[in-house]
Design a protein around this ligand. Structure first.
Ligand SMILES: [Zn+2]
Length: 320
């Protein structure tokens, strides 16, 4: 049995940092609800597809935007996820820190620091504490896991999580800042392992003949994803961590759905439902902090699947 974590990062961007108060309501609609002429394809759609197939998703929700725009929109997001029976966990994009109406940190230098790792341990501890409290005030019932925005964490982040009673992290991405995060230095982390009191669930990564990639709904074809899932199972891996975003069913302009990704998501959901004897979706609630720590290295995807994916992606670019 393979644990499949369908992780969805939920965040809102206003398309720049000027006039954000005027831009926010529209950004919220597009990034969260995703209205199109054919219906809503944002978060409510993802929640419904997962629920219809009896699957459970993990939604890493970014709360710091609420320090600017107030608690109501965040409560709406959290309420939607909780009501659908899925999991709300903490995601932090520190780009919001200097936009807060009441400073989140004292003596903070003006200007943006994009990644959590650019903050001191004390600052990270405060930001995680405040973000978690904001989610809880918004109605989140069981926050016990974290993912840094853009995977920009470091080893201090794990200490900040322990200080806030968060036992799980999923910020390690071997294709981005994982290898120089200070977590398991010298080892490419591909499987869950304990580090400094936190159990890390790294992003699932694979080699495709062209390089190392992470498993993400918008960037892997269906055949590739399915091949990687079966390979993980055969190799006796503990977990498969798939990345998505609340807006991934939409085209870049968020004006209509992306039919290729929608079909991919539906097909994946069908497979996971039909083969629940092999794959178990779920989150971090009730999860034990037991990780064998064995590092299998990246999965691999054969070249013909890379070719099929590139065709699919070219189709999406042309018609997306
Ligand atoms: Zn993010």
């Amino acid at each position: 049995m393979l644990d499949v974590l369908i992780t969805v990062d939920v965040e809102i961007w206003c398309g720049g940092w000027t006039d954000i108060d005027a831009r926010f309501p529209d950004a919220f609609r597009r990034y969260i609800h995703g209205p199109t002429a054919g219906g809503d394809y944002g978060l409510p759609y993802q929640l419904k597809v997962l629920s219809d197939h009896g699957l459970k998703g993990v939604f890493f929700v970014e709360p710091l935007f609420a320090a600017r725009f107030g608690p109501q929109p965040l409560a709406e997001i959290v309420g939607m996820i909780e009501a659908a029976g899925h999991e709300v966990q903490l995601h932090l994009h520190t780009e919001w820190v200097d936009e807060a109406r009441e400073p989140l940190l004292s003596n903070v230098a003006a200007g943006k620091r994009q990644h959590l790792r650019y903050f001191s341990l004390d600052e990270q501890t405060i930001l995680i504490r405040k973000g978690k409290a904001m989610l809880e005030q918004a109605g989140a019932t069981n926050v016990n896991a974290f993912r840094a925005g853009s995977f920009g964490f470091n080893r201090d982040s794990l200490h900040a999580l322990v200080a806030n009673g968060l036992p799980f992290d999923s910020s390690y991405n071997a294709t981005l800042m994982g290898p120089d995060s200070g977590v398991m230095p010298g080892t490419l982390m591909t499987d869950p392992a304990n580090c400094d009191g936190v159990t890390e669930y790294p992003m699932t990564v694979y080699r495709d003949g062209r390089g190392l990639r992470h498993a993400q709904l918008t960037s892997c074809s269906s055949a590739e994803l399915e091949g990687l899932l079966w390979q993980s199972l055969e190799q006796g891996r503990q977990a498969f961590v798939l990345l998505s975003h609340g807006f991934e069913m939409l085209n870049t302009a968020k004006t209509r759905s992306d039919p290729v990704v929608v079909q991919r998501f539906r097909r994946l959901s069908r497979l996971l439902e039909q083969r629940s004897d092999c794959f178990r979706t779920g989150g971090f609630a009730g999860r034990q902090q037991t990780a064998p720590g064995v590092q299998h290295g990246p999965l691999s995807s054969p070249l013909h699947r890379t070719g099929m994916r590139m065709l699919e992606q070219a189709y999406r670019r042309r018609y997306g």
